[in-house]
Design a binder for this molecule. Structure first.
Ligand SMILES: NC(=O)c1ccc[n+]([C@@H]2O[C@H](COP(=O)([O-])OP(=O)(O)OC[C@H]3O[C@@H](n4cnc5c(N)ncnc54)[C@H](O)[C@@H]3O)[C@@H](O)[C@H]2O)c1
Length: 248
């Protein structure tokens, strides 16, 4: 069950956070993995038994070379996880610069378009693509509008990918994480209060769902964005209700 034995995967943003947890999980499930990120992470890749390939995901030629590396190393490409991303916060609709939008458009959205396109060209029937969206696609924090807009677009482009690549036997799905303890995700009072579980997520909890979507056990799951949020989108947790009630 959920075996990835002999499958070949590419994971972007693989040197840290959710990406690294995914690389480790895929290796444990039997997959060969090309771990990709900015910079040089050969040593880290060696540690987890992956192949490292440096790539800036906002550059299509580099993404094409990355997906091709899987073929060069292992002869096939079965799984692509378009996970790398950045967040810029503290800029509202009134003051966010065009640069803030353009940078996140390139790194958070075009990266996933390139990832889907360049992976799909090299994939066969039975392959799986997983994009990392965000809870921010549905519940926006003020000051992070550009990030949220790109993540909402990820949800949409994931659906398009599923429709257009489905006939080739390639599934496309996404996960939508709530705040996760990584270099990007931060712990604050709101993030724990907003969660019915009273804590933020661990990257391994995201990797577990990515693993399911990558596996043949998810063969009938296509075009979905799975909220991995500890129930945050279900509504307002009791502790917040209590604070509001007590303040009245
Ligand atoms: N941590 C959270 O709270 C959270 C919540 C929702 C969604 N996400 C999403 O999860 C994904 C992974 O984030 P994370 O939390 O693991 O953060 P992270 O910062 O630990 O990892 C992101 C990785 O992407 C890499 N990266 C950044 N720009 C890149 C580029 N141009 N080319 C290639 N790699 C690049 C970074 O070097 C880093 O290793 C992102 O898409 C993020 O938006 C994170």
């Amino acid at each position: 069950m959920f075996s990835l034995e002999g499958k070949v995967a590419v994971v972007t943003g693989g040197a840290g956070g959710i990406g690294l947890a995914t690389v480790q999980r895929f290796r444990a499930a039997g997959a060969h993995v090309v771990m990709s990120d900015l910079g040089d992470h050969h040593a880290k890749a060696d540690e987890v038994g992956a192949v490292f390939h440096a790539c800036d995901v906002s550059n299509e030629a580099q993404v094409a070379a990355l997906m091709h590396r899987a073929l060069d190393e292992f002869g096939v490409l079965d799984i692509a996880v378009n996970n790398a991303g950045i967040v810029i916060t503290g800029e509202t609709i009134l003051d966010a610069s065009d640069e803030t939008y353009r940078k996140q458009f390139d790194i958070n959205l075009m990266s996933q378009v390139y990832g889907m396109r360049e992976a799909a060209k090299r994939m066969k029937q039975g392959a799986s693509i997983i994009n990392t969206a965000s809870l921010a696609a549905n519940r926006v924090a003020s000051g992070a509008g550009a990030y949220a807009a790109m993540k909402a677009a990820t949800v949409s482009i994931t659906r398009s990918g599923a429709l257009e690549l489905g006939p080739k036997g390639i599934r496309v799905n996404a996960i939508s994480p709530s705040t996760t303890q990584t270099a990007m995700g931060w712990l604050n009072k709101y993030n724990t209060l907003a969660s019915p579980m009273g804590r933020i997520a661990q990257p391994e909890e995201m990797a577990a769902v990515i693993h399911f979507l990558a596996s043949d056990d998810a063969s009938w799951v296509n075009g979905q964005t799975i909220a991995v949020d500890g129930g945050q989108m279900a509504g307002i947790p009791p502790e917040i209700s209590q604070i509001v009630n007590e303040s009245e």
